[in-house]
Design a protein around this ligand. Structure first.
Ligand SMILES: [Zn+2]
Length: 289
């Protein structure tokens, strides 16, 4: 485009008059530039309009989403509040069980006195929710520890109950009590370390507590005898039997037959000599019947 000027011919339809415009080259350039600018401006406006429209739709969608999330959070808060109340009831029950088991009071948790209406501010609300969840988790952990402690206590109690001699070792009648007596053999005052129970030969002698047979043998004086170790320092001894029905190392339960009544060893008649020992010290068996 080296020409300085351009001529524009306008020929109206159905007319012989031809209009002729002579335009300087600058004007043409200016017109083209303006057109381009106009085009770009319109495009930018259109783009902006479309984008705003899309943004508005997105905004409406987000608002709706936010509303439903708000409701969701409200429900969540209510659920957590219910959980908290249940945990408080559990903690109260736990405390009662511990009193029954004579255990020390449970460690306190932070559940009492928390809660309250949800906050308006979402961030505060979330941190409050998180705090409540943490507290519930902590409370659950405390309850779990406490339950284990109670369980351990009950197991110990059960073992102790099973280990403590209880009941008659044989059906019969007492012929000699525990304590000092004149020996039927020497006539001298001597400690009788057990209980003599008369019964006919062959009557079942039963273990008075759970334990392990530590002796099953014939011993001087005692004749055929059985000793059961019950743990917790308890041992029971059954002497003068006609027959032994258990072996050393055998596990026995309370009520299991361990021997049959007889008259072996130093004995003046068919009877069972029954002893209860705690840490080796003979105790009055009548206190364990
Ligand atoms: Zn005796």
């Amino acid at each position: 485009m080296s020409a300085k000027r351009f001529t524009l011919l306008v020929i109206p339809e159905g007319s012989h008059r031809v209009r002729r415009f002579t335009l300087p080259r600058r004007w043409i350039s200016l017109a083209i530039s303006c057109s381009i600018l106009l085009f770009l401006g319109t495009g930018a406006l259109l783009f902006d309009y479309v984008r705003t429209h899309v943004d508005r739709q997105e905004l409406q969608r987000l608002r709706a989403e936010s509303r439903s999330q708000q409701q969701e959070i409200g429900r969540l808060c209510a659920n957590i509040e219910d959980l908290r109340k249940e945990m408080v009831v559990l903690a109260q029950n736990d405390a009662k069980v511990r009193v029954l088991a004579q255990l020390s009071g449970p460690r306190p948790d932070a559940l009492n006195g928390m809660g309250g209406a949800p906050e308006d501010d979402a961030a505060t609300e979330f941190s409050e929710l998180q705090r409540q969840i943490d507290q519930i988790r902590e409370a659950i952990e405390l309850r779990r520890e406490s339950q284990e402690e109670v369980q351990g206590f009950l197991n110990d109690q059960r073992s102790l109950m099973a280990a403590k001699p209880n009941g008659w070792p044989v059906k019969g009648w007492v012929t000699s009590n525990f304590g000092m007596r004149n020996s039927p053999f020497t006539g001298k005052r001597k400690m009788h370390e057990g209980l003599d129970i008369a019964a006919s030969t062959g009557t079942a002698v039963i273990a008075t507590a759970d334990g392990i047979v530590s002796r099953a043998e014939t011993a001087p004086g005692y004749g055929k005898m059985v000793v059961i170790d019950h743990g917790y320092g308890f041992k029971t001894l059954y002497a003068h039997n006609s027959k032994l029905l258990v072996k050393v190392g055998q596990r026995v339960k309370r009520g299991d037959k361990v021997a049959a009544v007889g008259n072996t060893g130093t004995s003046t008649g068919t009877h069972l000599h029954y002893e209860v020992r705690l840490n080796g010290v003979p105790l009055n068996p009548k206190k364990y019947i």
